[in-house]
Design a protein around this ligand. Sequence first.
Ligand code: CAA
Length: 270
Amino acid sequence: MTHGGIDSTNAPSYTMIKTEVQGRVAVITLDRPKALNALCSELFHEINDALSRFDNDAGIGAVVLTGSERAFAAGADIKEMKDAEFVSNYKTNFLGHWVEQISRMRKPLIAAVNGYALGGGCELAMMCDIIYAGEKAVFGQPEINLGTIPGAGGTQRLTHAVGKSKAMEMILTGSVNLDATEALSYGLVSKVFPPEKLLEETIKTAAKIAAKGAVSVQMAKEAVNQAYELSLSSGLHFERRLFQATFATKDQKEGMAAFAEKRKPDFVHE
Ligand code: CAA
């Protein structure tokens, strides 16, 4: 495991992911190639652990989540879950921990998706704040072919992202997938790059975000996410209160002073 910069002596030894730190950006790479990064419990446990560590590390301003050129992730691990039963799924809240950890994440999380992002892989990408795709990326929700349905946000987040008709078509047929160009046209992803450039370009965006004042970045993320939860008037109220609160930060003073003095701001993330 590469783990430059922070906390390298105490970094856990993961077996299914790699982590790396470049300046204020952390990169988590899913690394279970033989199963196309199928999301087994151990892989998700490691992702959650790394996310939580980076979220709590003041030296990190943004996190990138990526896979291999062949697969971001080909879904939940079918072989692991095939014999599961309703009662144990229900009692252990199976898949609940996937969604809960990532939705608690305060720092921006950017997905760099090359290759397959199917089922839970597509859902994992959609839990991120921004998705960038490589030209050969494939997004789909094939769970219906397995006699089940998306269980980690596909019916909700995909519908928000691409609209009801396309989401229904994808989820009900299990075979209508989006390539990178289509995903861009639907707004599911915000940029497409050649596969070999994807990670580098994603890290550039993450570094740009990580250089802004961390408090306003966190507030902006929180406010955008409320657009999915609140009525317009409640959302606007929430936004205005956070905007007003930014004036209690050193970074607002620095940002506006720097503008007036025609220089670049030097944010201290306070
Ligand atoms: N779970 C477990 N193993 C998987 C997997 C998955 N989701 N996806 C791929 N693998 C394994 C394959 O079994 C295979 O392993 P072996 O070599 O041991 O046989 C290896 O990864 C390589 O896969 P393929 O040989 O199938 O590769 P391919 O290039 O021919 O096909 C693919 C690629 C189209 C992605 C195909 O692997 C596939 O259809 N995978 C399943 C996709 C899927 O149905 N995902 C949804 C899962 S359910 C879910 O995610 C629920 C939810 O909402 C959370």
